[in-house]
Design a protein around this ligand. Structure first.
Ligand SMILES: *[C@@H]1O[C@H](CO)[C@@H](O)[C@H](O)[C@H]1NC(C)=O
Ligand SMILES: *[C@@H]1O[C@H](CO)[C@@H](O)[C@H](O)[C@H]1NC(C)=O
Ligand SMILES: *[C@@H]1O[C@H](CO)[C@@H](O)[C@H](O)[C@H]1NC(C)=O
Ligand SMILES: *[C@@H]1O[C@H](CO)[C@@H](O)[C@H](O)[C@H]1NC(C)=O
Length: 500
């Protein structure tokens, strides 16, 4: 009884604090990232239908494409547009920033685009960028927000900077976290400006990369169930998952810098389904459902109990043109396949809610596939042909632990590669030649989880050339992004082992 009263009181207090500390317009919910590095993107209206059908009310873009913003107009969907990293230097001029805001934000508000945030850069402080964007980020942020403020849009549209978790460093558990010394002064300028404008701090958190970066990472910590996990103590707080630890690490660093009341957005978070031994639909479902439940519970994190957690899932759809420099999993982050199909069951509103709703009414190319002609006389060019196909299309499904690995032999691998190229080329004449090694078949060669794709039949604006002018989420991630969460959990892992 005494305990009940105590709990009720503390919940009330926390609740009151919670209301005070949340900025207007920021409610706990799941948004999605909408990336565009696809050879055959779904029509924008199809994606918007999917957003509505799935009750997704917030999207984060990596650009500010006119057709996308027009398609999103009058849907009510909250939009984060983005300034690509390459444009940051230009926006250090206030005049240029004014023009950018005019053309990429203000133009679309009167037609009903619900733009609420401008992402100024995308992970501009990544170590891998070697500081190229560091100096321009703060001036660009300031110029964009000033322009919004001068146009009386400052209350409605907030500029923010999505940063990778490698801005943080720790010598131990979350409470030992600080900002990386080489960018600390730049960050403090940014944070101070964000606070002044009541704008959120945006961070990307990837527990998958902790696992990818460290074979000894205790896998259950990546998920949310607490099963198979020995809780890790940090002072009086207890951690059972890497998300909470990462989130609270940021809160700690912000507090040490003097900001107790920053609103936080998790700009990217998710789990891929292919391209690595730990990237599969089972783990992705477990992670994303755990995350959705965590958010729906409004439990907050150990350091900020009962606070709203705002995240944008990475990502809505698979993108087959993403760079695989960070890993073969890069093209498989979607909660939907490239053609808007569900990969696994997921209730975004929390367990027990409705499942994902797929895209409908799509047009595909003819039902035909390109495979290796095993009766070909001269196989001497096979290796070169496969390499060519894989370089110019996508073979990330073939590796160890991936969706095709168990089901294809060497010839099957060649067929998969040929088909991937054939479909990428819209089944054009000659695209199944491969030095006389390819042949077209009418029966789907897919086997079990190994899907031989059939391409969508839509005009392909970006076919053949990646949208290189827009930095997109993760073409940019190097190993650096692995560093922070892995580090936290290496250390937590050590604590965990000593507890055993
Ligand atoms: C926290 O931020 C909100 C929104 O800006 C503000 O109203 C409130 O006074 C702040 N609280 C503290 C303790 O600074
Ligand atoms: C990073 O910058 C330093 C100093 O300007 C330079 O010496 C180094 O070559 C750069 N590294 C890369 C990978 O660009
Ligand atoms: C198929 O290709 C993958 C990726 O290159 C490779 O790991 C695997 O060993 C290949 N399978 C066979 C049977 O050659
Ligand atoms: C990433 O890691 C690989 C292997 O550990 C290493 O060879 C490569 O240089 C790293 N890349 C960066 C950008 O740190």
């Amino acid at each position: 009884m005494v305990l009940d009263v105590f709990c009720a009181t503390s919940i009330l207090i926390l609740h009151a604090l919670c209301i005070v500390s949340i900025y207007p317009g920021v409610h706990a919910s799941l948004g999605v990232n909408w990336g565009t590095e696809s050879s055959h993107p779904l029509p924008e209206n199809t994606i918007i239908k999917m957003l509505k059908a799935n009750k997704i009310t917030k999207v984060k873009l990596f650009d500010s494409k006119s057709s996308t913003l027009r398609a999103l107009a009058n849907t009510g969907i909250e939009i984060m547009v983005a300034v690509p990293n390459e444009v940051l230097a230009t926006l250090t001029s206030a005049t240029a920033a004014d023009l950018w805001v005019q053309n990429n934000v203000l133009r679309y508000i009167p037609i009903g685009a619900n733009i609420r945030y401008v992402a100024v850069g995308n992970e501009p402080f990544l170590r891998a960028y070697n500081g190229s964007f560091t100096a321009a980020t703060y001036p660009a942020l300031r110029n964009v927000q000033e322009s919004l403020n001068n146009n009386k849009m400052g209350d409605r549209v907030k500029a923010t900077v999505p940063l990778n978790a490698d801005i943080l460093q720790t010598t131990g558990a979350p409470s030992a976290t600080t900002f990386r010394p080489d960018i600390e002064s730049d960050l403090k300028q940014i944070i101070s400006y964000l606070a002044e404008n009541e704008s959120p701090f945006t961070i990307n958190i990837y527990p998958f990369l902790s696992l990818y970066g460290d074979k000894n990472f205790p896998v259950n910590y990546a998920f949310f169930s607490g099963n198979g996990v020995t809780p890790v103590k940090d002072g009086g707080l207890t951690y059972t998952n890497v998300f909470d630890a990462s989130y609270d690490s940021l809160v700690v660093a912000l507090r040490k810098a003097g900001y107790n009341n920053m609103s936080i957005i998790v700009g990217e978070i998710g789990w891929p389904t292919d391209g690595d031994v730990n990237a599969n639909p089972g783990y992705a479902a477990k992670f994303n459902q755990g995350l959705a439940d965590h958010i729906a519970s409004n439990k907050g994190t150990p350091l900020l109990p009962n606070s709203a957690i705002n995240v944008y899932l990475f990502s809505m759809l698979d993108e087959d043109m993403k760079s695989i420099a960070p890993g073969n999993f890069e093209r498989h982050w979607g909660i939907f396949t490239y053609d808007g199909k569900r990969k696994y069951s997921l209730s975004l509103s929390g367990s027990g809610g409705s499942d994902l709703v797929e895209a409908t009414g799509l047009k595909y190319l003819q039902p035909q596939w390109c495979v290796l002609d095993t009766s070909a006389a001269d196989m001497s060019k096979l290796g070169d042909s496969v390499t060519y196909a894989c370089t110019n299309a996508d073979c990330t499904e073939l590796g160890y632990g991936c969706s095709c690995n168990k089901y294809l032999d060497g010839n099957g691998n060649a067929s998969f590669a040929f088909n991937s190229y054939f479909q990428r080329q819209n089944q054009e004449k000659g695209s199944c030649y491969f030095n006389g090694l390819g042949k077209i078949v009418k029966k789907d060669p897919s086997v079990n989880s190994c899907k031989f794709m059939l391409q969508l039949a839509y005009p392909t604006a970006s076919s053949g050339s990646p949208s290189s002018s827009h930095s997109s989420a993760s073409s940019s991630w190097p190993n650096a992004s692995v560093a922070f969460p892995a580090m936290v959990f290496l250390l937590l892992h050590k604590i965990y082992l000593t507890l055993l």
